[in-house]
Design a protein around this ligand. Structure first.
Ligand SMILES: [Ca+2]
Length: 279
């Protein structure tokens, strides 16, 4: 019996030593692998952070580029407007030079407007606007109550949108308050500044701008967007000029583009090309 126990102990001890050695080796391997995983994870976290920072930088640079492009476009349009003004002034100088000595020919009459350019779109009624251009026409004034009807046989009675663009010639100097009456959404820009924004479905609603300072004889870009969803349709653009009474803006001060025959006047802004995406 003792011999058997002795043999068992002699056999067990090497196995135990072997097992302990193997366990120590495995533990070491596990420790090494764990350290590698921790190190790799840290590296990946750092790489992800650097990638996010790089993406942020690229996005910021793209935004800066877009802003610069918009500035260049605006400046190009302003330069073109100034060239027209220079041409009109040169024509006036020629008239004065051709006049008999001691006489001053009367200045040309101020330009008389014809209204704004209206672009009419049929929309799918899914929240997308300015989808399909179906009609472009001159609108002497924006003074429409289509009720349940349509602006034109080409335009659907519901789910359409309109963009008006052109130039406003200020008849007097001072603060103007613009007003829209709309059903449904409306937004208005004057001199490239958005002054009214009610891009929602609503019953006939009046919206007012803050006072807008304009100078007599100057021309300002004006743009208005409107959409009709379901039901009634109304779209009216009015103003209260300095010292005056509220009225629909008359066609005499609205032009589809800059009137050349207005010496001394120039466009401060450019006709807006407002984004078609509602806020
Ligand atoms: Ca409506």
């Amino acid at each position: 019996m003792k011999t058997k126990r002795l043999l068992a102990i002699l056999l067990f001890c090497p196995l135990l030593a072997f097992a302990v050695g193997e366990t120590t080796g495995l533990q070491s391997w596990f420790d090494t692998t764990d350290a590698w995983i921790t190190s790799t994870s840290t590296s990946l976290t750092g790489a992800v952070a650097r990638l996010a920072a790089a993406e942020s930088t690229v996005a910021a640079q793209a935004a800066t580029t877009a802003a610069l492009q918009a500035t260049v476009t605006t400046q190009a349009a302003t330069a073109a407007a100034l060239q027209v003004t220079v041409g009109a002034l040169a024509a006036r100088v020629a008239v004065l030079e051709a006049a008999p000595p001691g006489t001053i020919p009367p200045p040309p009459p101020p330009a008389v407007g014809t209204g704004l350019t209206g672009q009419y779109y049929n929309d799918p009624g899914t929240g997308s606007f300015f989808t399909k251009l179906v009609l472009t026409r001159n609108d002497p004034a924006i003074n429409f109550s289509w009720v349940n009807g349509s602006p034109d046989p080409l335009v659907t009675p519901d789910n359409f949108s309109v963009r008006w663009t052109g130039v406003l010639l200020a008849p007097s100097t001072g603060n103007y308050v613009f007003r829209t009456d709309s059903d449904d959404g409306v937004r208005l820009w004057v001199n490239n500044v958005q002054v009214i924004n009610n891009w929602t479905r609503h019953a006939p609603t009046a919206d007012f701008s803050a006072p807008v300072a304009l100078v007599a004889g100057m021309q300002y870009s004006i743009g208005m967007e409107y959409y009709e969803g379901p039901g009634g349709a109304t779209c009216i653009l009015s103003w209260t000029p300095p010292g005056g009474v509220q009225a629909v803006i008359p066609k005499e001060v609205l032009f589809p583009s800059m009137p050349a025959a207005a010496p001394g006047a120039f466009v401060l802004g450019t006709p807006p090309r407002p984004g078609a995406t509602p806020p």
